[in-house]
Design a protein. Sequence first.
Length: 114
Amino acid sequence: VQLQASGGGLVQAGGSLRLSCAASGRIFSINDMGWYRQVPGTQRELVVSITSGGSTRYADSVKDRFTISRDNAKNTVYLQMNSLKPEDTAGYYCYADQGRFRYWGQGTLVTVSS
């Protein structure tokens, strides 16, 4: 399974970005998908996850600002990020769980200027 992430970039504080992550390859049944983020020198942290049934879990720091959605037919997950803050600046990494394995995208950089 390969994951292709896109949509990162530079935005001013208060602005919005939309990330996408599309899975391809030998897909049988993807369970959870979601996004982590990481600032260099720190641990990767979970931002949000979504099950195949649509249940979501958000980090407290992004609740009410970020929204995850998923198109199971396209094996794609989206992350709408609103009211961005400088502290949201990080590399964002999507993932997909299939069976016992977790697959990762290549990461997309989000930079929020103050």
